[in-house]
Design a binder for this molecule. Structure first.
Ligand code: MG
Length: 377
């Protein structure tokens, strides 16, 4: 059997300590189980659709902004660096990072909020739980099982948050949310790699879209430190290159901080197995307090000045309206969905129908949702 865990830290996720797949499968000759998970994710329909899903800007607004696909690739690249530096399982980290947004609706967080509101009486909608649903149920690719039949460790990493109510229905996977246990280190890395990626690429996208000014950015401690260093060394650098250079250094600083602070935490706790990681009261993968504070500051700055900017808000209000309208239309006319969905929608009561509609809408790309809205209204 192919392993990619030889030589890794004893508390890294490994094939030999894996809790396995829901449907047991024979091992492959040339790939480890976590490589196999990553490959299944890359081949999935939901992954391909990420290219036409919004991160902050609606996909057709400009082709130089991040989409959920390029975001996911940036997350994976940061995650792999951290995993490798800490002697952890790089393939598993990569798989989790690539899959973390598979359940995202069209139109970014506005779409998710609208769909959640539509689903209020039917169990709600949460993109994180939906990512798990995509890999467990919705992808239809294999003869022997529904979904992608990923390993427990990859699924554990995909499910970042979960309400107690949902956790109770998820068996072993939900257990840590009820008992306040932690996921493996690879999942913890993927979680923070996501935060590092969006904080930094949103500064870049926000600046290029003229939503954020250099003056505003220079009031952020994390930005200002690198800006001053770059500016004093290269006083004549034009703004475009200067911004890139600053962001490059910001990423380097937080990633280095994350690796070194986590290494120190591991040395303090001295875990001997992945079980020692899971039984910790708090995650071991963490920034130092100083970086955590600056990182949080930058995040709330982006929240105030970019995600709630009038230009973005005009777009997100429209997006919310489209999701609401589509949901209502399919509830009244399920036959407007493709046959595989409308057939499933008819198999139960209102809650079943609503869930099928949520699955259908969540799977849409931005442009498909817009086209459907134009077709049906
Ligand atoms: Mg993300």
């Amino acid at each position: 059997m192919a392993h990619d865990s030889s030589g890794l830290a004893p508390y890294a996720a490994s094939e030999s300590a894996s809790l396995g797949r829901r449907y047991p499968e024979p091992a492959t000759r040339y790939r480890s189980e976590f490589q196999r998970d990553r490959d299944r994710i890359v081949h999935s329909t939901a992954f391909r659709r990420l290219v036409y899903k919004t991160q902050v800007f609606v996909n057709h607004e400009g082709d130089m902004y991040r989409t959920r696909l390029t975001h996911s690739l940036e997350v994976a690249q940061i995650g792999r660096t951290v995993a490798r530096a800490l002697n952890l399982n790089e393939s598993l980290t990569e798989a989790i990072c690539l899959a973390h947004d598979l359940g995202h609706t069209p139109f970014g967080h506005a779409g998710q909020d609208a769909l959640n509101a539509c689903m209020r009486d039917f169990g709600g909608f949460e993109h994180n739980l939906q990512s798990l649903r995509v890999v467990d149920e919705l992808e239809a690719k294999y003869a022997d099982f529904p979904g992608l039949n990923l390993t427990f460790e990859t699924r554990e990493g995909i499910l970042k948050h979960c309400s107690a109510k949902n956790a109770r229905q998820l068996g072993e996977l939900g257990r840590r949310f009820l008992e306040r246990r932690q996921p493996g280190l690879e999942a913890q890395i993927a979680d923070l790699a996501d935060a590092i990626a969006y904080n930094n690429h949103d500064v870049d996208d926000g600046y290029r879209a003229n939503l954020l000014t250099l003056e505003q950015l220079r009031e952020q401690a994390m930005f200002a430190r690198e800006f001053d260093a770059v500016h004093s060394r290269y006083p004549d650098l034009e703004d475009r290159r200067l911004i890139y250079e600053v962001i490059r250094r910001m990423i380097n600083r937080v990633v280095t901080d994350l690796i070194e602070n986590t290494q120190a935490a591991i040395e303090r706790v001295r875990p001997e197995s992945i079980e020692d990681i899971r039984s910790q009261a708090v995650p071991l993968v963490a920034f130092t307090e100083a970086v955590l504070a600056e990182h949080g500051e930058l995040k709330s700055f982006l929240n105030r000045n970019m995600y709630r900017h009038t230009t973005v808000k005009r777009m997100t209000d429209k997006a919310r309206e489209m999701v609401r309208a589509l949901f209502g239309l399919y509830m009244d006319h399920p036959s407007q969905m493709p046959q595989e969905f409308s057939a499933r929608a008819g198999l139960g009561g209102m809650a079943v129908k609503a869930r099928v509609i949520a699955d259908y809408i969540a799977g849409m790309t931005d442009r498909f949702a817009i086209a459907e809205y134009e077709r049906l209204r």
